[in-house]
Structures are given as structure tokens and as C-alpha cells.
Design a protein around this ligand. Structure first.
Ligand code: SF4
Length: 102
């Protein structure tokens, strides 16, 4: 039995305030495009268990999209980004997945 990623995120009861401070920061967006996308073919779209990162074509350009509200705070991106260009910080006030209910 398998589940798609977003169904698993739904089961985690992840909840964040809409206007919370950003907890996923990309230090250099230019580097993200030049290296993470162009050289490494966007591994963030595969290693993130919650499908937070996407490369989306917009106006003929690949744009890095971060769906931070889906984050389950595993910190994988902070460790696995090939350039250490993504910085994860804890969300405000204990928000995120409700692990005891899983
Ligand atoms: S910490 Fe990073 S890898 Fe883990 S769910 Fe959040 S965005 Fe994805």
C-alpha cells in the first residue's frame, strides 16, 4: 500500500498561521537556479517528503516555488541542498505537524 506525498502531509494535520514569518529561506536565488536547477536538476523536488519545493515555468523562466505551509519540519532541505543554500528555522509557536495525533 502506498500513499502520495500530499496525502501523507494531510494526515500529519500540518497547520501554520497564514501570515507567520518565513521559516524556509533561500540565501541566493541566483545560485539556486544556476546550480540546484541547472547542474543538479532540482533535487529539492525529490528529497522533500512534503513536496514543498517546485520548479515552475513562468514567463519562459524556471522559477523556484516554496510551498512552506506544507512543511513537516524534517530539516532534510537544510542538510541535502547541494550548496547549503536553503536555511530551515523552526516555525513560530509550535506550529507544524500534529505528530501525537498520527
Ligand atoms: S524541512 Fe525542508 S525537506 Fe523537510 S518538509 Fe520542510 S521543506 Fe521539506
Amino acid at each position: 500500500m502506498t500513499f502520495d506525498r500530499l496525502s501523507s502531509v494531510f494526515l500529519s494535520n500540518t497547520n501554520h498561521e497564514e501570515d507567520q514569518p518565513v521559516h524556509l529561506k533561500v540565501k541566493d536565488m541566483g545560485l539556486q537556479k544556476r546550480s540546484e536547477h541547472d547542474i543538479y536538476a532540482g533535487p529539492s523536488t525529490r528529497y522533500c517528503p512534503a513536496g514543498v519545493y517546485e520548479w515552475v515555468e513562468k514567463d519562459g523562466q524556471e522559477t523556484f516555488v516554496i510551498n512552506a505551509q506544507n512543511c513537516v519540519h524534517c530539516k532534510t532541505c537544510d542538510i541535502k541542498d547541494p550548496n547549503q543554500n536553503i536555511n530551515w528555522v523552526p516555525p513560530q509557536g509550535g506550529e507544524g505537524p500534529v505528530y501525537p495525533n498520527m
